[in-house]
Ligand binder design. Structure first.
Ligand code: C2E
Ligand code: MG
Ligand code: MG
Ligand code: MG
Length: 286
């Protein structure tokens, strides 16, 4: 009976794998098409300086709305793109779109930096530096205004070549950020040797900040550690006023999350910025 049961379990497992494979294969084809059609876009989420309350940055987040399937989750399609050869054109598309947007905002008078997410695969690509140099020739965005976000696990799993690439980007003036910090993949001892500028504390820790003493202790330690290493700290996933106030009291430098604003299209972003500015001005004068 036991053998029969294992066999059934295996068959079930194989079927699930097959479904998963099919889905990934389908997604891959759709994504390839999406790159050529106009189905991809970037949304932007404001990043707030906790000391002054002003918006100092925008994180670009990739969106894909398939004509049939609707909105797709970036977590899912980016992992599919990473396994196929699609991550490279996808990443180039994102960087080009974000640089172009930064220049448009600049013309409008917005003085903010732009944060772009990079995947592990992208930084392991030996051509990344050449591609980025080419983009800088085309768009002339000062690297000091560009934050490149890499997840903690990406930093933990890089090769020597990738480390060299990161160091080059850092010395070109790009800001490097460890995304999802505290989600548990990067040895702390490695942190001091990385060419980075920023830690971005994982949203799960931030969510439980005000309800769980353990989370409070870890976030507090992250902030102290970052500051001792002369890094800037950003809290992601701030959803409540109470969390904002707590982070402020703890000395966190920057925050982003639904409490301030969800990720929104570029034109909505500038409208939101102008509204916020005029509201802050009238609050100051009245
Ligand atoms: P991430 O870089 O850590 O981005 C933060 C995610 O949290 C985003 O999800 C954002 O929409 C969401 N978020 C922001 N504020 C809140 C909040 O207050 N509460 C909650 N619950 N969520 C919040 P999204 O857009 O679905 O992206 C998921 C992940 O996909 C990103 O995580 C990033 O790792 C990856 N990703 C997104 N765009 C790109 C891209 O252009 N390139 C690469 N390589 N990865 C990307
Ligand atoms: Mg990010
Ligand atoms: Mg994150
Ligand atoms: Mg995340």
């Amino acid at each position: 009976l036991h053998a029969q049961f294992s066999h059934m379990k295996l068959a079930f497992y194989e079927e699930k794998l097959e479904q998963q494979f099919l889905r990934q294969h389908l997604l891959c084809g759709q994504l390839r098409d999406a790159l050529h059609k106009a189905e991809l876009s970037l949304h932007y989420q404001p990043q707030i300086d906790m000391l002054t309350g002003s918006v100092v940055g925008a994180e670009a987040l990739l969106r894909w709305t398939d004509a049939l399937a609707g909105e797709m989750s970036p977590k899912e399609f980016i992992s599919v793109a990473e396994k196929s050869g699609l991550i490279k054109p996808l990443n180039l598309w994102v960087m080009r779109a974000a640089f172009r947007q930064w220049l448009l905002w600049r013309e409008e008078g917005l003085d903010i930096s732009i944060a772009i997410n990079l995947s592990v695969r992208s930084i392991c690509d030996p051509e990344l530096l050449t591609d980025i140099h080419r983009l800088l020739d085309e768009f002339a965005v000062p690297p000091e205004y560009v934050v490149l976000e890499l997840t903690e696990s990406a930093f933990a799993n890089t090769t020597d070549i990738a480390m060299e690439t990161l160091r080059s980007l850092h010395s070109m003036g790009f800001r490097l950020s460890v995304d999802d910090f505290g989600s548990g993949h990067l040895p702390l001892s490695q942190l001091k040797d990385l060419a980075i500028n920023e830690l971005k504390i994982d949203h799960e820790l931030i969510h439980s900040l005000c309800t769980d003493m353990g989370s409070y202790a870890v976030v507090d330690a992250c902030i102290q550690l970052a500051h001792q290493l002369h890094l800037r700290v950003v809290a992601e996933g701030v959803e409540a006023r109470q969390t904002e106030q707590q982070l402020q009291a703890m000395g966190c430098d920057m925050a982003q999350g639904y409490y301030f604003c969800k990720p929104i299209p570029a034109d909505a972003f500038s409208t939101w910025m102008h509204l916020r500015e005029s509201r802050m001005e009238s609050a100051l004068s009245g």
